[in-house]
Ligand binder design. Structure first.
Ligand code: AMP
Ligand code: MG
Length: 330
C-alpha cells in the first residue's frame, strides 16, 4: 500500500531516498501528478510501465532539477535549447533531444531520443534536488485513465502499486506539458500544452509529426462514460437535450446547469477548464453519470491544449460524432 505523505521537507527527503533505492514515488508537478522512478534504474522504470499498464513503446519524460541536468542526458543539443530552457524552465515545456548512450532502453521506449523537463513546482524541484538523480515520470494514472490532478486521483488508480504518494494539493495547470522536438534546431510541437505555439514563436501547431511522439498514438484521457463536446455557449442546451432522453447527464460549462442536469464544474475560461477537466471526467464516472457535456473553449492559446485533451476524452479525434453514444458506459 502506498504511503500518502503531506509534501513537507521531511516527506520530500523520505521520498527522495525511496527514489534512490529504486522505489516508485508519485509527486505533484504544475501540470499533473507524475509517477517517478530513477531514470537510470531499468528495473524501477520497468515497474512504472507495469503498474500503469503502459505500452512499452511509449517513452517517459525524464525530469531534472535544472537545465544542467539535460547535458548529462542529451547529445548534440542544439543552441535553441539554451534559449528555451532560459525562457520556460522550470515550467510546462518538455524538450526532445538526441539521447546520450547509456540511458536504459526501457526509459526511452527504445528510441535514440529522450524527452527532458524541469518542472515548475516547488515540491517536484525539491524532490529532484534531494534525489540527485534524473527521474523518469509519466502521469501517475493507469494507462487510458485521465491524468491525476490531485493525490486522491493517484490513490484511486495506483494506491496498491506505488511506494509513496506526495500530496501537494491540486495541480495549477491540469494539462500535461507541451512536448517540443528540437533535434532539427527548429522547435516542432509534438503535443500541445500550456506553453503555446505563440510562446515558441510559431504560427500554430504546424505540421508536427504526431507519430513522432509515441504517446499521441494512444487514446489517452478516456473516462468510462460518454463525453459530449458542446459548442461555445451551448453547454446547457446540449445537456438539457440529453437529459430529456432520460440520461443521467453532467455539465462542465461557465453557465448554470439546467434542471435535471448535474453541474460537475463551472470553469469560466480555458485555464479554469484545464484545471478541472480531468477531475470532472473522474467525477462523472464515479458519480455514475451516463454522459458528461463539456462546453468547448476557443481553440487558441492554452485553449488549443485543453481542446486537444477534451477531443481525446470524447473520442472525437478518432470516431464519428454519431457513433459516440454507441460506446458502453461500464
Ligand atoms: P506522459 O508522461 O504520460 O504525459 O507521456 C509522455 C509523453 O512524452 C508521451 O506523449 C510521449 O510520447 C512523449 N515522449 C517522451 N519521450 C519522447 C521522445 N523521445 N520522443 C518523442 N516523444 C516523446
Ligand atoms: Mg500520461
Amino acid at each position: 500500500m502506498a504511503r500518502l505523505l503531506t509534501a513537507d521537507p521531511d516527506a520530500v527527503a523520505e521520498a527522495a531516498a525511496v527514489l534512490r533505492a529504486s522505489g516508485l514515488v508519485a509527486f505533484p508537478t504544475e501540470t499533473v501528478y507524475g509517477l517517478g522512478a530513477a531514470a537510470r534504474a531499468a528495473a524501477a522504470v520497468a515497474r512504472v510501465f507495469a503498474v500503469k499498464g503502459r505500452p512499452a513503446d511509449n517513452p517517459l519524460i525524464v525530469h531534472v532539477a535544472d537545465a544542467a541536468g539535460l547535458a548529462d542526458l542529451g547529445a548534440d543539443v542544439p543552441p535553441v535549447v539554451r534559449d528555451l530552457a532560459a525562457r520556460f524552465w522550470p515550467g510546462p515545456l518538455t524538450l526532445v533531444v538526441r539521447a546520450r548512450p547509456g540511458l536504459p532502453r526501457v526509459t526511452t521506449g527504445g528510441l535514440d531520443s529522450v524527452a527532458v523537463r524541469v518542472p515548475g513546482h516547488p515540491v517536484a524541484l525539491a524532490l529532484l534536488r534531494a534525489a540527485g538523480v534524473p527521474v523518469a515520470a509519466p502521469s501517475a494514472n493507469r494507462s487510458g485513465r485521465p491524468s491525476p490532478t490531485t493525490a486522491a486521483h493517484v490513490l484511486a488508480d495506483l494506491a496498491d502499486r506505488v511506494d509513496v504518494v506526495l500530496d501537494g494539493g491540486p495541480t495549477a495547470i491540469g494539462v500535461e506539458s507541451t512536448v517540443v522536438d528540437v533535434r532539427s534546431g527548429a522547435p516542432v510541437i509534438l503535443r500541445p500544452g500550456a506553453v503555446t505555439p505563440a510562446d515558441l514563436g510559431l504560427a500554430g501547431l504546424g505540421g508536427g509529426d504526431l507519430a513522432a511522439s509515441p504517446g499521441t498514438r494512444y487514446r489517452h484521457y478516456a473516462p468510462a462514460c460518454a463525453v459530449e463536446i458542446a459548442p461555445v455557449g451551448a453547454g446547457a442546451r446540449v445537456a438539457a437535450g440529453l437529459a430529456a432522453q432520460g440520461r443521467a447527464v453532467g455539465l462542465v460549462a461557465p453557465g448554470r446547469a439546467p434542471e435535471g442536469v448535474v453541474q460537475v464544474a463551472r470553469p469560466g475560461d480555458a485555464a479554469a477548464l484545464g484545471r478541472v477537466l480531468y477531475g470532472a471526467l473522474r467525477a462523472a464516472e464515479s458519480g455514475g453519470l451516463d454522459a458528461l457535456v463539456v462546453e468547448a473553449v476557443d481553440d487558441r492559446g492554452l485553449g488549443t491544449a485543453v481542446m486537444d485533451r477534451l477531443r481525446r476524452a470524447a473520442g472525437s479525434d478518432k470516431r464519428t460524432k454519431n457513433a459516440r453514444f454507441d460506446v458502453e458506459c461500464p
